[in-house]
Design a protein around this ligand. Structure first.
Ligand code: ADP
Length: 413
């Protein structure tokens, strides 16, 4: 080993090349440590049920070593992050390491101001705080995560990567609700969209899969996880997405209704006597697939469909019908579609959902090859026939890698 600090060997040994990605929820913290030289994972972990007596930390070192689990009360985010830092240190990957280049934070709501990943300053943090009224469930937890990480490593760049950023390119006519402009502006009511990090990553990977420049490709991305959203991406820019002011709008999801007539909420209040909070819980937690059939896991729903269960079949049909409507709408928005790409838990794994979503859309140039669709794989792949006018792809999403990449690019250049 050389000790000459001017030599390449020394520099590459000492360059900070790791990024810690933090995703702080209200009662959980997920983390991943990545080595940006080869974009590999060094460790992943999850602290859940923070603040309860049954808190749990699961830490998985990915370069040798078994997953480790710890249970027992973890009082708050600070304790959670310290516990995670302790696990990383035990693997020789401590946060005090000079190899750590930055911490990248997933921040759900960046409003209109943040269209790019942003180094977190006091002003940036204040702006994220100003957005709490439009993201009351998410931004406070993200802020707590940032403050805690700052306290642990005040000298290190901390970067916010916003779930809304990719959608800030939507034209004004797509982002506006047709309601009184003054009221909308006074309360920052407009369509922001979410899952942007995933839509950005997956649309770019789709262009790579097709072997074409991003700027030449129009893609409809269907991010179908427990939360679900669609986006229309023209030449790498998002022009339309299905989530709105909040993640409640759009597709049928695991527990969220997606689109409904807003008058349903007045009806629930006036006729059913429900409070605003009760309606919020109904539409976010007790609707969607779970509301329709009692299950939100697509594997279980498919099992029930195969057994002839009527409620599960209806839930599946409602889910697919909504998806089809969005595919058709986004084909119209884009004018020309080069690819439809499925991603996230359901999109990556459920061949029946992919098949059903595109069934009958041959007129749009869309078709699925049954054998290709049946293949299980963690790799990006095409599932359309060779002669298809529009490519149909499955591209596993990787939000942590995208956050790490954006964070590293920002602090490294
Ligand atoms: P989240 O929105 O929580 O990040 P994911 O993208 O991890 O969600 O997706 C979780 C969902 O993926 C589960 O609720 C389940 O419905 C679905 N899923 C996972 N594996 C399969 C599978 N093999 N077949 C069908 N659906 C699956």
């Amino acid at each position: 080993m050389t000790t000459d600090p001017t030599s390449e060997g020394f520099r590459s040994m000492n360059d900070a090349h790791r990024v810690l990605v933090l995703n702080s929820g209200s009662s959980s913290v997920k983390y991943q440590l990545l080595d940006m030289r080869d974009r590999s994972r060094l460790a992943t972990g999850l602290v859940e049920r923070i603040g309860e007596s049954s808190s749990r930390l699961v830490h998985t070192p990915l370069k040798g070593g078994e997953p480790r689990e710890r249970t027992g009360r973890i009082a708050d985010h600070e304790e959670a992050l310290k516990a995670a830092a302790g696990e990383l240190a035990a693997d020789g990957l401590g946060l005090d390491s000079p190899e750590l280049a930055a911490i990248g934070h997933r921040v759900v709501h960046g409003g209109l101001k943040f269209s790019e990943p942003t180094v977190i300053t006091d002003e940036v943090l204040e702006e994220i705080e100003r957005l709490v009224p439009v993201a009351p469930l998410h931004n406070p937890a993200n802020i707590t995560g940032i403050r805690t990480a700052q306290a642990l490593r005040p000298d290190l760049p901390q970067v916010a990567v916003f779930d809304t950023a990719f959608h800030t390119t939507m034209p004004e006519y797509a982002a506006r609700y047709a309601i009184d402009v003054r009221t909308a502006d006074a309360h920052r009511i407009r369509r922001y969209g979410f899952h942007g990090t995933s839509h950005a990553y997956v649309s770019r990977r789709t262009a790579e899969l097709l072997g074409r420049p991003v700027a030449d490709v129009n893609v409809i991305v269907l991010h179908l996880g427990n939360g679900a959203s669609a986006s229309a991406v023209a030449g790498g820019r998002c022009v339309e997405t299905s989530m709105g002011l909040t993640p409640l709008e759009g597709l049928v999801m695991g527990t969220r209704s997606g689109d409904i007539d807003p008058a349903v909420t007045f009806h629930l209040k006036r006729v059913a006597g429900m409070s605003t909070d009760e309606i919020d819980v109904l539409l976010n937690k007790r609707s969607g697939l779970v509301g329709l059939c009692g299950d939100n896991d697509m594997r279980e729903i498919r099992r029930r469909v195969d057994e002839g269960d009527e409620r599960a079949t209806l839930a599946f049909d409602v889910y697919i019908h909504r998806l089809k409507k969005y595919i058709g709408a986004y084909a119209a928005v884009l004018g020309r579609v080069d690819a439809v790409t499925f991603t996230a838990g359901v999109g990556e794994n459920s061949a029946p959902v992919r098949e059903a979503a595109l069934a009958g859309l041959e007129g749009f140039g869309l078709a699925v090859d049954a054998d290709r669709n049946a293949v299980r794989s963690g790799e990006p792949r095409l599932i359309s026939p060779d002669d298809a006018r529009v490519a149909v792809a499955v591209v596993p999403t990787d939000e942590e890698l995208e956050i790490a990449g954006q964070t590293f690019d920002l602090v490294h250049n």
